[in-house]
Every structure is written in C-alpha cells, then in structure tokens.
Design a protein. Structure first.
Length: 150
C-alpha cells in the first residue's frame, strides 16, 4: 500500500469493508474483502488501492466501475469524497435501503458527509482520466468541529 492511504485506529467501528470492481471489455466483476493490510491492483491503466479507512482509484485507459461497502459502527463518521471525474463520471452514496444520500458529478471536486451508524455503499463510474478518493475521517474531530461551530 502507498503511504498516502493511512490506516487509522477507528477501523473496528468505521471501515470500508468490501470492494467490487467491474472492468474490461466483458465488464468482469470481482469482490474483495478489504483486509487491515489493504488490497490493491495496477492493471490496464487502472490503479486501485483500498485500506479499511480509504479507497483510492485512478483511471488512465478505460472505464471502471467501483462499489465499496462502508460500515459506520460508532456514533457518527465523516466521509470525505474527492474526485476528478471525466465526462460521464458519477459517484453516488446510498444507505442500506438503497436511498441516495448524495451524488457527485463532474465539476464537483469535494464533498463531506456526516453519517449515522449503519451500512452504506458508494458506487462510482470512472471513465478514463478520472480519479477518486473516499476516506473516513476521525469522528472525534467531527464532534469537536460541530461544538465550535454551534
């Protein structure tokens, strides 16, 4: 794994649990359970890395579709989504019931979502020349920031 994807100490409560990818001319699909040490691949113009606290992908050749399952076990978690999406790119965060909670389109580089306990999925369509980063930030900092704001 790269040093820019940090493994944090809140893994047991808030974590990216599983990752599914669709790529190639046949849109072959594969599920990965994300271990504590992380998982990654770098094939066919796609670089994909995942640890329990972050998922990162960059695409330079062909379209890839990514789904990751996120579990929030603590009182709350903040998820940061950063992206550079080419035309036709899309990122959608859904709750356990399949309801859309937020959407990121090309031209919207960064979003934060405060999530209550539960299970969520993040689906991304990444055309060539797209990049994404999903990261769980420390829940303690979320509460501290809210206390200062109001």
């Amino acid at each position: 794994m790269t040093p820019d994807l940090l493994i944090t100490d809140h893994i047991a409560k808030d974590r990216f649990e599983r990752l599914q990818t669709w790529m190639g001319p046949d849109s072959e699909s594969e599920w990965f359970t994300i271990p504590v040490t992380g998982v990654g691949t770098n094939v066919g113009g796609v670089a994909l890395r995942a640890v329990p606290s972050a998922v990162e992908a960059s695409v330079s050749a062909e379209e890839i579709r990514v789904r990751t399952v996120l579990v929030v076990g603590g009182p709350e978690a903040r998820v940061r989504i950063e992206a550079t999406l080419a035309d036709g790119g899309l990122i959608v965060l859904r709750d356990a019931f399949g309801n859309e909670r937020l959407q990121l389109l090309p031209g919207s580089p960064r979003l934060h979502a405060d999530l209550s306990p539960g299970r969520y999925s993040v689906d991304a369509i990444l055309p060539a020349y797209s990049r994404i980063l999903f990261a769980i930030t420390d829940g303690g900092r979320v509460r501290e920031t809210r206390a200062r704001v109001g």
